[in-house]
Design a protein around this ligand. Structure first.
Ligand code: NAG
Ligand code: NAG
Ligand code: NAG
Length: 443
């Protein structure tokens, strides 16, 4: 142990010497942060000059993925992140989530999509004269708090910023922020407005797939030209094809399915369990708490099955008493076989739009929590005949890349390569799965 202590002391001295020689000063603290303002989770990170490490900074509760949820109490005070989620059930009309889905967009009041949104969300959504959405939160004193999607974003960004400033003990007043590749200029501007409201100057906006590629260092890897990024989250699948040359990224095609994700895999297992209970006990479980308990157990089992071949659900349900179920990875994969296979549909569509064959793809990048599922990795890997990149937490890949971009802009040694994104305007191809009956009546 003392040997390692001495070793790191020597290394530290050497490093300090190098830095002193290069800068004549201790390494500057990072000023530019990288921010991933996500639909369900958000994160902040920085790039440390000298060591070349990216650091994703946890909030006060230790979370590096902060739920993108803002709640208001009756007296007007705000709750952010997990503390907002924890009271959501008891305060549904004042707990705002999914605000990113509304940012910088206009809606037609009579459209099926907007009417569906009104039904789906328990909080009140209105449209202003410009047809932009805003939220109405009733307070205890009889007044309403009016809040725009940009303001919700700014509350989350300010929360992340405070966490970073506290952890690094230095002011952070600039940021690189990531947005979905499909965001148009108005949505990008609105995201920038959210950051400005939080007191941050935006140095650059980068698309999420480009950020993920930066997280894997592809901008400095030789011989990489075509990259495919597959982002499978809780409820949506996004696929982007990037073309890369000399540290320059161009998005060549996008396709997606905004009705496919982790929740759908859970639903299949839940339906199977309800059927099993019915067969075994002759009971149709309708008790809300029982269903909620089953939902949580299914989510936990799914996570366990990413590293173990089986998982046991052991529950006490109000409707049938003790319920134990042994779920194997194999069964989980069979229940979701068609859904996992359908991940390839937007992959093929995006390749077709980019006029590439699968053999032209040099690197595969998986982003989003659902890409932890071994079968998803396998389906994608088998299709391309090569293993996807791994090593960066798929839920933190985007924020890591935003932090790398911040480091490039900040000119932090030893990051001497460039990384740029050329703007393009492309249409995204949407692929829906009408075979799965997961429409809006369930909420
Ligand atoms: C609002 O109520 C909460 C919980 O009752 C309390 O912790 C908070 O300090 C109050 N905020 C204000 C502004 O009075
Ligand atoms: C109602 O409460 C909110 C939040 O505390 C406050 O900002 C607002 O001024 C109050 N309005 C009235 C009319 O009391
Ligand atoms: C976005 O913001 C810039 C700078 O504020 C402005 O010049 C541009 O017109 C805006 N674009 C759109 C589409 O709103």
């Amino acid at each position: 142990m003392s040997a390692t202590l001495i070793g790191s002391a020597i290394l530290g001295l050497l490093l300090a010497g190098y830095v002193a020689q290069k800068y004549g000063l201790p390494p500057p603290p990072p000023k530019i942060s990288g921010i991933d303002l996500g639909t369900t989770f958000s994160s902040i990170g920085v790039y440390h000059a000298v060591t070349g490490d990216t650091e994703i900074i946890p909030d006060d509760t230790g979370r590096r993925s902060v739920p993108s949820v803002v709640a208001f109490l009756g007296n007007g005070s705000e709750l952010i992140g997990i503390s907002a989620v924890e009271q959501q059930e008891h305060n549904p009309t004042r707990t705002i989530y999914d605000a990113k889905r509304f940012i910088g967009r206009t809606f037609d009041k009579d459209s099926a999509e907007f009417q569906r949104d009104l039904k789906r969300y328990p909080f009140q959504i209105e449209l202003n004269e410009q047809q932009k959405a805003y939220f109405v939160v009733p307070l205890d004193n009889g007044t309403d708090r009016i809040i725009t999607p940009e303001e919700v974003g700014s509350i989350i960004i300010a929360y992340l910023r405070r966490a970073a400033e506290k952890s690094l003990n230095t002011p952070i007043d600039q940021a690189v922020i990531s947005v979905p590749a499909e965001f148009d200029q108005i949505q990008r501007n609105a995201t920038q407005d959210a950051a400005s409201l939080a007191g941050l100057e935006i140095r650059r906006i980068i698309s999420e797939p480009t950020a993920a590629a930066l997280a894997y260092g592809l901008h400095k890897k030789k011989g990489v030209e075509n990259v495919i990024v597959v982002d499978l989250g809780g409820g949506t699948l996004d696929v982007s094809v990037l073309w890369l040359q000399g540290g320059m990224f161009v998005t060549r095609a996008m396709a997606g399915n905004n009705r496919l994700g982790g929740q759908d895999f859970n639903d299949r297992v839940l339906q199977h369990l309800l059927k099993t209970i019915k067969q075994k006990h002759g009971t149709v479980v309708s008790d809300k708490e029982d269903v909620q308990q089953l939902r949580l157990a299914v989510e936990a089992a799914k996570i366990q099955l990413t590293s173990f071949p089986h998982s046991t659900l052991d529950l006490k349900l109000r409707s049938v008493g003790h319920f134990k179920y042994h779920l194997t990875r194999n069964e989980f994969e069979n229940l979701n076989g068609d859904l996992f296979a359908s991940v390839l549909e937007p992959v093929k569509a995006a390749l077709e739009d980019a006029e590439l064959s699968k053999d032209d793809v040099d690197e595969i990048i998986l982003v989003g929590g659902s890409t932890r599922i071994p079968k998803v990795r396998q389906v994608v890997g088998t299709y391309f005949g090569k293993a996807p990149n791994y090593g960066v937490d798929p839920e933190l890949a985007v924020v890591t890349g935003a932090a790398v971009q911040a480091g490039v802009i900040g000119g932090g040694w030893p990051l001497q390569v460039s990384a740029m994104e050329l703007p393009v305007s492309l249409r995204k191809r949407h692929i829906y799965h009408e075979t799965t009956d997961m429409d809006d009546n369930e909420l």
